[in-house]
Design a protein around this ligand. Sequence first.
Ligand SMILES: Cc1cc2nc3c(=O)[nH]c(=O)nc-3n(C[C@H](O)[C@H](O)[C@H](O)COP(=O)(O)O)c2cc1C
Length: 459
Amino acid sequence: MEDQESISFLTQQQAAEIDDLLIGHLGFSIDQLMELAGLSVASAITEVYRPSKYNSVLVVCGPGNNGGDGLVAARHLHHFGYKPCICYPKRTPKPLYAGLVTQLESLSVPFLPIESLPHELVNFNIVVDAIFGFSFQGNPRPPFDDLINSMASLREHNHERQKSPAIVSVDIPSGWHVQDGDISGQGIKPDMLVSLMAPKLCAKTFRGPYHFLGGRFVPPSIIHKYKLQLPPYPGTSMCVQIGKLPQVNLKAPIPPKLLEKNVEANPFVQFQIWFDDAVAAGTNEPNSMALSTASKDGKPSSRMVSLKKVDQGGFVWCSNYGSRKGREISENPHASLLFYWNILNRQANVRIEGFVEKVSDEESEQYFCSRPREIQIAPAVSKQSTEIPGREFLQQQCKELEEKYLRGRSMIPRPQHWGGYRLLPERFEFWEGDESSVHMRLRYFAQDVDGKKEWRIVQ
Ligand SMILES: Cc1cc2nc3c(=O)[nH]c(=O)nc-3n(C[C@H](O)[C@H](O)[C@H](O)COP(=O)(O)O)c2cc1C
C-alpha cells in the first residue's frame, strides 16, 4: 500500500485541464476514459467487498460523466458476480449514455425509481455514489440533494456495520467541495473512495478505511507536465490501494465478533465471514494455513500450504503426493489446518480437524490448468521432501522443461504425483483475542443425525 503523503493531489482546474488534454491532443475518447474509470471502480470494490458477502449493490448515477462511470461500473460488477441495481433519475440523452443504459437493460439489471429510495438504501450491501464528479460546483439540487442527505445519514442510522451498506464514492464524495472537502461536516462519509487519474485535493480529508486509485491510463507527458507522483499499479490490476489504514486506538475496546447473535449455524459460513474480514483488512496471504499431519506411529509434522478452495465439502490445497505430508496422509488420513489472521489488532485463528482425501483427477487437472505456465513447470521437476544435488540442479531441470514446452508451444501435462487434497472437517474451533485479554472461543462438532451431518455448537 502506498503512503498517501508521497502522492500528488489535483486542484479542480488541473483535473479539468488534464481531461481536456487527454481528449484533445492525446487522442482519447470519452467512451474510453469512462470504460476504464468504471472498470477501475468495479475492480476496487471487488478487492475489498467480496460478492459472496456483499452481493446487492445500488449504483446511484448523476447526469454527467461521474454517472456514466457508475453505469460502466455496474455492468462490470454484474459480470463479477454482484447483483447491481441502478438509480438514474436524470438520464442524459446522448448516444454514449443511452448505449450504457441499453447494455445494462440487456443484462436485466433493474433501474429503480427514485421514489423507492431513500427507505430502500439500507437493504443494499453496497451503495455506489456516482452522482457528481470533479467538475461539480455549488449546492446539489433536487432530486440529488435528498439522495445525498439519505446517504449521509446512513452512518448515523445504524452503527452496526453489517446492517448498514458500505458507501463507495467515485472520485469525489458527492456534495463535497472538490478542493476543501466536506465543508458542512454533514456530507457523505464514504467507506471507500476510488480516486480517478490522480486524487483531487478533497481526498486529503477522506477518513474512510479504503482509498484506491484507478484510471490506469495517465501518459508520461501528463505526468511530466504536472510533475505527478503516482503509485505503480501492481501486476495487471486496474486499481491500487493508497493511504494508510485507520489507526486503531489500542485502549478502545474492540467489539468482539463472537457474540451469540453473530454466530452462524454453519461453520463454513462462519469461516467465510472471518476470511472475508481478513481479506478486507489487507492481511498478507490470508489463504496461508498450517497443515499438520502425523505418521502412522503418531509422530506429528506441520508446514504451510495455500488454501485453493473452500466449499461445503471441505478445504482444498494442492501438493506433491510423494512429499512427506503426502506419505503421512496416505498412512494416516487425520489432519488439522490452522489459519491465523491479525485483523486490525483482532487476533483470530481457526482450527479445522478432519479426514483428508485426494480430490478427483478431473479436479486436480482444473487446478493445474488454472496455474500460470511458469508455475506449472515447478511441480513437474520438484521431488518434494527428497534430497537433491543442489538448487542449481532444479533450476537446470526447470530451464530444460521450459525450453521443451515453449519450443513446442504445447500444454504442460500435469505430473501424476501432483494434485489436490480435501480436508473434510469434523470439528472447527474459532478463537479470537484482543489487547484487553478477553478471549472468545467457539467450537463446532459434526454429528450424525439420521444419516445427515449436523453441527453442534459449543461456545
Ligand atoms: C506461505 C506458504 C505456502 C505454501 N503453500 C504450499 C502449497 O500449497 N503446497 C505445497 O505443497 N507446499 C506449500 N508450501 C511449502 C510447504 O510449506 C513445504 O515446505 C513443502 O510442501 C514440503 O513439505 P513436506 O516435506 O512436509 O511435505 C508453502 C510454503 C509457504 C511458506
